[in-house]
Design a protein around this ligand. Sequence first.
Ligand SMILES: C[S@@+](CC[C@H](N)C(=O)[O-])C[C@H]1O[C@@H](n2cnc3c(N)ncnc32)[C@H](O)[C@@H]1O
Length: 278
Amino acid sequence: MKQLFKALMMHSAIGAWLGKLPFLKGLYLRHVWAGRMDLFYGLFGSYAEAERFSANIGKVGWHDDTLAELLVRDAEVEAPTLFQTSQFAVMLWLSKLLQPGSTVVDFGGAGGIFYELCERYGLLKPPLSWHVVDMPDMVERGRQRHARLGSTMISFGSELAEAPAPDIMLMLGMIQYLPDPFGEQGPGILDTVPALPEHILINKIPISDAPDAWTAQNHVSSVIPCRLFNRAKFLAYFEARGYRLQDRWLVPELQAEIPFHPERTLTYFEGFYLRRQA
Ligand SMILES: C[S@@+](CC[C@H](N)C(=O)[O-])C[C@H]1O[C@@H](n2cnc3c(N)ncnc32)[C@H](O)[C@@H]1O
């Protein structure tokens, strides 16, 4: 039944037609969508528009202790045994790029979960500095968790501008949530980071050749605007700052399925390695 609903709403022209019936959208929002995890809803022309919609549902954004508890998993000490397959692509590149003394800035690194995965696979050897930048609730829980774990190479902060200058910057499943990643209204990511890193690894972003658009994604206690990137615009931002695309991979474990908008369905997300030319 669930599969049939998905197929109709998100993968067939019938979904777009049903979207013209306001009562059906209302029913879906109230009875299927609200309070769930990781479902998308709506298509908007800007972050601000998606944010206004989200505010009508409830709390907006990642600054939320319930989410921090979910993501940082302070109850169990071991990192999750199962994790997203595409993170292996990031680990492969990291295994080639990390040098003794490297500084990694993990923007949107939550409670340091990816640091734990890299440790599990033996990638992290001192001297190394790994700095997570995330929202204050995540950072607080991350600090406590890693103090308990006795992690020696990780630090946390909530401002990208105050992070150490990175050799390698990670943005894993996060830039789609930023209000203005490319500095279209103010400073963008690369205007804020203290120094331009040589290597940037981006994973788990919704991207395609369609124009930029925004949707709303529910995260149990909060609703979060999420950007669906236009590929040319995304690459142009980094290329204008001296970066060249080195590698790109598919993220089959993540999809964007937006009810009533089958035309914007993405059957996979993507990941990228960009390197700054000397
Ligand atoms: C989907 S989680 C990804 C977590 C982790 N990087 C991973 O791959 O599993 C998105 C993360 O981005 C963080 N985030 C969102 N907006 C942010 C911002 N403006 N500054 C810092 N972190 C942010 C969230 O708090 C959350 O931890």
